[in-house]
Design a binder for this molecule. Structure first.
Ligand code: ZN
Ligand code: CU
Length: 480
């Protein structure tokens, strides 16, 4: 038997959450053809994986890489973490279906250059992805704020019945073209005026499309986190669609500990509806610089500012003091801007990370000079810090939260597991050395311990170094 690539003697964690087993893996073309003891096997290329874990390629279920996969298709920040698929279009902001316009509110800044991308339809976006040939695969959610921006001039009000109808028609079309679901960002000024009924009407469209899901950055992740979780559960239940709560957290010291209640609500709901969540392994969040986010955070690090680019990397309170103003005054002068907010508690994060329905998603925001370190470090940080150093999670469970669980939630039927017939997206890492190196001061540092990464049967990272392979694809939702 001759394969294109033969991986010898790996500790296989197949993505199901089951224990590791020793095996060889044969790959031909873009597909895993055999897994097991293959003494007769030969490969055009053989990778000696002794001492390494072979896992399915990691799926980053929460990204804002809509622009990056086209303009920075090497995606070093993701390949060096072992990520082989990114879900884009989160938090209500997607690059498609998008109509360029003036006067976009601040949160659209989380997808840099969204106006220049000019992707009026999902098909047009998929074509742009194909032409750019990114290193990673791309799965697209349709953003609710993006839909609103296409039909409304002022976004600070509920959509009218006819506007909702137009959005529903566009969403339906986008799903037909292969989008994976609908995302919302009800905590942002572009969508916070949308009532529950607007969301239920749109979410109902998803029910007509197999595997389509509703993901939401809920209306309030701070003082109002409990009613906001309740609203999300109710929206998805009314529409009879699967729900994914984005980057679940309880922000602000007053709300530390509330994850006990939110996770209990989720557990109760799971007896009668499909609910999952994603989480990143840091106690600081990052988003547009907005007063209500700053309110929950004792410390706020400014990471970019359009009018004051020189102030990226400085603390908001220091800037305000220099200017002789308060936080509100400084935010107004810095905007549009983005920040890192130190606003979470370790105990909540631990609790959420270990929840059985929680998947790993970086929420990384590319294209900024000083990004939150989650952009470069999320996956190795879970495997090195939380699994090895703290033993909060077992290695098979952590890998499952990055692969098999995520693929199942997003209807990725040929990825996320290691078995014959699956696509050859694989990450080989050393569990003894894997660790993130990006921090808040130096956030663009690649991790250690990732040895090889394959995307579609091509080596994207070899012996720790990125290759020129760019085998990522736009992954259409099946059944459309
Ligand atoms: Zn968000
Ligand atoms: Cu996000």
């Amino acid at each position: 038997m001759t394969a294109d690539i033969l991986i010898r003697d790996a500790n296989v964690l197949d993505g199901t959450g089951g224990a590791a087993y020793r095996a060889d893996i044969a790959i031909t073309g873009d597909t895993i053809t055999r897994v097991g003891h293959l003494p007769d096997g030969a490969g055009d290329l053989t990778l000696d994986a002794k001492g390494l874990v072979a896992a399915p390629g990691f799926i980053d279920v929460h990204t804002h890489d809509d622009w990056a996969v086209i303009e920075d298709p090497g995606l070093a920040c993701k390949i060096t973490q072992g990520v082989t698929t990114v879900v884009v279009g989160n938090c209500g902001i997607s690059a498609a279906p998008f109509a360029p316009r003036n006067g976009l509110p601040a949160p659209f800044g989380i997808v840099p250059r969204i106006n220049e991308l000019r992707a009026p339809t999902v098909s047009a976006y998929a074509d742009r992805v194909t032409a750019a040939a990114p290193a990673v695969n791309v799965r697209l959610l349709v953003g609710h704020s993006t839909l609103r921006a296409g039909v409304m001039q002022d976004l600070d009000r509920p959509a009218t019945a006819s506007e909702v109808e137009t959005m529903a028609t566009r969403l339906d079309h986008a799903l037909t073209e292969g989008a994976t679901g609908l995302s919302s960002g009800l905590d942002y000024p572009s969508a916070s005026a949308a009532p529950l009924e607007e969301m239920v009407t749109l979410a109902r469209v998803l029910a007509r499309h197999p595997d389509a899901l509703y993901t939401t950055h809920i209306r309030d992740e701070a003082d109002g986190v409990i009613p906001a979780v309740r609203e999300a559960l109710r929206t998805a239940k009314s529409a009879e669609v699967p729900l994914l709560l984005s980057h679940h957290k309880c922000a602000g010291a007053r709300n530390f500990g509330k994850s006990v209640q939110t996770l209990a609500m989720i557990d109760r709901a799971r007896s009668s509806q499909s609910v999952s969540l994603d989480v990143y392994p840091y106690t600081a969040s990052s988003s547009a610089l907005l007063p209500h986010f700053a309110e929950a955070a004792p410390e706020v690090l400014v990471i970019w500012s359009t009018p004051h680019p020189d102030l990226a990397g400085r603390m908001l309170d220091d800037i305000a003091a220099d200017w002789g103003t308060d936080r509100g005054g400084a935010i107004a002068r810095l905007s549009p801007a983005a920040a890192v907010y130190f606003d979470m508690d370790d105990a909540d994060l631990d609790r959420i990370l270990t929840h059985p329905a929680a998947m790993i998603g970086s929420d990384g925001i590319p294209g900024t000079p000083k990004p939150h370190p989650r952009l470069w470090g999320t996956f190795p940080r879970v495997l090195g810090h939380y699994v090895r150093d703290r033993a909060l999670l077992s290695l098979p469970t952590a890998v499952h939260k990055m692969t098999g669980l995520s693929a199942a939630r997003f209807g990725l039927s040929d990825r996320g597991l290691i078995k014959p017939g699956m696509k050859a997206d694989l990450t080989l890492f050393d569990p003894a050395t894997i660790i993130d190196r990006a921090d808040y001061a130096a956030s663009e540092r690649a991790s250690l311990g990732i040895a090889h990464v394959l995307v579609g049967g091509q080596l994207a990272l070899h012996n720790g170094a990125q290759t020129t392979a760019r085998a990522g694809r736009f992954l259409h939702r099946k059944g459309h």
